[in-house]
Structure formats: structure tokens, C-alpha cells
Ligand binder design. Structure first.
Ligand code: BTN
Length: 324
């Protein structure tokens, strides 16, 4: 963590810290501390300075700032050890892919306030207006076989659902494979991309998009019929940095469980939140359509579908429609 992030962490822990204390703690002059405080103020943090209490953090801006996010998180096992924020990029998945090819360590998270070419699954576009959502991607290098990569999508959907529930009180449901839904509308999507050799994963990019503070009239009309936001669902604006930190914390926890080989426990929670299991469904992938009952996830994270002919098919992707 850099000094600004450490100062923020100190201000969050204590209600009032003197410049002298901070100077001593970080081995710098009070003037240097003051310069960092000024920088934070310029980024939108309201920090009061009083002769008795010292510096107090009054409010934080609804902007994604790497220092602030790292200060909120504290030490993380893997996810969020390194956070980078762009004001605008094409797609955060592309930024992370470049980092992956450059050999950057796993756990780096790239956020963008806006994406000009946000993309969804199956070649779709992903609407990513500035300051309205959480658009971010994570680089992971797990020791998994390519067919086990779906475990991470399952873990991610569970982690994000849990964080949204903690922060907003709304409980999103999971629609297979990895959509988070509120009512019948989608609020979050996950795009998992991987680079692999025959028997092992080189790296995985988890791209996550959460519609946080979009108002109904900010969705194009067709999209508005199938998508929603946390703001629409709760009737209030949701502070994005708090939500982002909660999501990263849950993701780090779930990733550790996957690495410990505890996928079954992760899948159990996923199954409790999932509305697709047990239903008669049609899954479309390209021009193929499979119909059957969604029974369970297997140990690699694929969906087991009991077809009309009684066969059990493993399905790892597609568009699902639940039969009424
Ligand atoms: C889906 O189709 O449901 C997946 C949507 C994933 C969107 C996120 S936003 C951050 C990351 N960058 C992208 O271009 N896509 C993912």
C-alpha cells in the first residue's frame, strides 16, 4: 500500500489522528503528511483538521480510487493485492489480458469508470456508462485443469451475490450459468476468459459487471426489459467503493476455498441461490438446443442436464430459458 492508502486506512481506523502521529508512523515530516492529505482532498475526500482531534475522515467520494479501495481492503490473500483504476478503457478484460501476457502476478484487479467496448458472453455488448456501475476484471493463475475453470465462475457468482446481499439487503438469485438476477431482471454478469494448455490453465480473467446506480431511463428500452440495477431495486444510490471492497473481499475468500479444493462447499451455496436447478429448461448454444431438467453441478462446475431421453449431459455454457 502506498502512503495515501495507508493514511486513509489510519483515518478509517481512528476517529481523529494528529499530523504528528501520522508523521511518526510513516517516518516523514508533518508537511509531507499535509501534502498527502491535500492530495486526498483534491480527489474528493472530505477530511477535517482540528487542533484537538487532528485529521478526521468525514466523507469519501463515490469514485473508484485504487488507494481508497486498497485502504478499505487491508491485506488480501490474492485478489486485490494490486488494484488499478482507469477512467475509461475499451474492456477491462482486454487490459487484464495484456497484464497477463506481460507476466503480472495473479490477483491484480482492473476497474474502469467507463468501458467503450464492454463485452458480455456470446459476443454481446455490455453497457458500461461512467460512474454507474462496477466494471472490473481480475487476473487469476490457479493450478486447475481447463475443464475446471467453471469452478471460478461459480465461486464468483456466489461471492458477488453474497456481497450485494450484505451491502444492500437485496438477495440476488443466480440464473445458470452466471447471471445474478433481481426479480426476473439481470443485475450482474460474469465473463470468464481463459488461456490454457491441454492439461493446465495458464491464466483466467474473471470479468464482472454490476449495474449499480443506473436509473431506469438510463437503460436503452430493449435492455430495460431484461436488466435492472441495485438503485432501481432498492430505491437508493449505493456507494460503489463500499460495494467494490465487499465484493473483492468475498471473491478473495471464495478463491481461497477453490484453491483448498473445497469446490463442493462453494457449489452448495451456489445451488441454494440458484433458481435454475430442478427446473425444466432449454439451453441454446449457437444453433444447438438442449431440453431437459437442470439437475446439479458436477465437480468441475458444469451443469448436469437430464434430457428428455433420460441421458445426463454436461453443459458448460449457453443461454437458458426456464419452461413455465
Ligand atoms: C455477461 O454477458 O453476462 C457477462 C458480462 C460481463 C461484463 C463485464 S464488465 C467488466 C468486464 N469487461 C468486459 O468487457 N466485460 C466484463
Amino acid at each position: 500500500m502506498n502512503v495515501a492508502a495507508q493514511i486513509l486506512a489510519a483515518l478509517r481506523q481512528q476517529d481523529g489522528v494528529s499530523g504528528a502521529d501520522l508523521a511518526l508512523r510513516f517516518g516523514m515530516s508533518r508537511a509531507a503528511i499535509w501534502a498527502h492529505i491535500e492530495e486526498l482532498r483534491e480527489s474528493g475526500f472530505e477530511i477535517e483538521a482540528s487542533p484537538h482531534r487532528g485529521y478526521c475522515l468525514i466523507t469519501a467520494p463515490d469514485r473508484l480510487l485504487a488507494d481508497d479501495l486498497m485502504a478499505r481492503l487491508g491485506p488480501m490473500d490474492v485478489i486485490g493485492r494490486d488494484i488499478r483504476v482507469f477512467q475509461e478503457t475499451n474492456s477491462t478484460n482486454d487490459v487484464v489480458e495484456k497484464l497477463a501476457r506481460d507476466g503480472v502476478a495473479e490477483g491484480v484487479v482492473v476497474f474502469a469508470e467507463a468501458q467503450s467496448k464492454g463485452r458480455g458472453r456470446l459476443g454481446r455488448q455490455w453497457l458500461s456508462p461512467a460512474g454507474k456501475g462496477l466494471w472490473f476484471s481480475i487476473l487469476l493463475r490457479p493450478d486447475l485443469r481447463p475443464q475446471e475453470a467453471t469452478q471460478l465462475t461459480v465461486a464468483a457468482a456466489t461471492a458477488v451475490a453474497r456481497a450485494i446481499q450484505q451491502q444492500t439487503g437485496v438477495t440476488p438469485e443466480i440464473k445458470w450459468p452466471n447471471d445474478l438476477m433481481i426479480g426476473s431482471k439481470k443485475v450482474c454478469g460474469i465473463l470468464t476468459e481463459l488461456s490454457a494448455e491441454l492439461d493446465h490453465v495458464k491464466y483466467i480473467i474473471l470479468g464482472i459487471g454490476v449495474d449499480v446506480n443506473l436509473a431506469s431511463d438510463e437503460f436503452p428500452s430493449e435492455l430495460g426489459k431484461i436488466a435492472t440495477s441495485l438503485r432501481i431495486a432498492t430505491g437508493r444510490l449505493i456507494p460503489r467503493p463500499e460495494l467494490a471492497a465487499a465484493i473483492l473481499q468475498e471473491l478473495d475468500r471464495e478463491y481461497a476455498r477453490i484453491l483448498r479444493g473445497e469446490f463442493t462447499a462453494v457449489a452448495d451455496e451456489w445451488a441454494q441461490r440458484c433458481t435454475t436447478l430442478g427446473q425444466l429448461v432449454t439451453i441454446r448454444l449457437g444453433d444447438r438446443a438442449l431440453r431437459g431438467r437442470a439437475e446439479a453441478l458436477d465437480e468441475s462446475g458444469a451443469l448436469l442436464l437430464r434430457t428428455e431421453h433420460g441421458r445426463l449431459e454436461r453443459v458448460i455454457g449457453g443461454d437458458v430459458t426456464v419452461e413455465k
